[in-house]
Design a protein around this ligand. Structure first.
Ligand code: MTE
Ligand code: MO
Length: 202
């Protein structure tokens, strides 16, 4: 029986699949805690890069977010409980320079996704280290993935290694390959040809 509350939470054109698909481009990286680091670079307030080791990153404030997750290929994963570091906590620990409006989230192997600062600085945007009370599995992004549940899931970069504060907007991996620069599933912002003036980089 379809759950009526889930149905009301589904953006247009989405469906709830059987099972819980795992989707990514390329291989699953191996996590090496001794050499792993998380860096915040680009237009930072201090002008310098901040680099967190795994113990330092793990010591940042922790919170949980209950959220659904919508892939542009039209399946949605409903009711995930993510635990991890809120984006707001990272913004406080390593703030951007004044006037920064855009960030790039960098995963392993150069996968990336760009976000407007207001989409990054949301209560539900989280650097997740746990899913449903367990550490993330390797295929879901262990040790850290970002969750941006109000945008299509290609923006929820797995295996995150860096955040770049950008003075000007730039397209990430899929945004550069025909997907929408913003990607709001409630507006069905799937493809770049749908972009209105001002929604993409000049
Ligand atoms: N590093 C990385 N993150 C990624 C991807 C990827 O290819 N590489 N794919 C994205 C896409 S298109 C989706 S739908 C979600 C899938 O997350 P899941 O595997 O936990 O379902 O991860 C996103 N994050
Ligand atoms: Mo996706």
């Amino acid at each position: 029986m379809p759950d009526p509350t889930e149905e009301a939470r589904l953006p247009p054109g989405q469906y709830v699949p059987r099972g819980r698909p795992v989707v990514h481009y390329g291989r699953i990286p191996k996590f090496r805690p001794e050499t792993w680091s998380f860096s915040v670079f680009g237009a930072t307030a201090s002008g310098a890069e901040t680099r967190f080791t795994w113990p330092e990153f793990s010591a940042l404030p922790h919170d949980t977010v209950l959220a659904d997750f919508h892939c542009v290929t039209k399946f949605s994963l409903m009711g995930n409980e993510w635990g991890g570091v809120p984006a707001a906590a990272l913004l406080a620990a390593a703030p951007p320079a004044r006037g920064v409006r855009h960030v790039m989230i960098w995963g392993e192997y150069g996968y990336s996704a760009n976000l407007r600062i207001e989409d990054f600085d949301r209560e539900t945007t989280l650097f997740a280290t746990e899913l449903d009370d367990k550490p993330l599995s390797a295929d879901r992004g262990h040790p850290v993935r970002i969750i941006v549940p109000h945008l299509y899931a290609w923006k929820s970069v797995k295996w995150v290694r860096a955040v770049e504060y950008m003075p000007e907007d730039r397209r990430g991996f899929w945004e550069d390959r025909g997907y929408h620069n913003i990607g709001d599933p409630w507006l069905e912002q799937r493809y770049s040809y749908q972009e209105e003036p001002g929604e993409g980089p000049a």
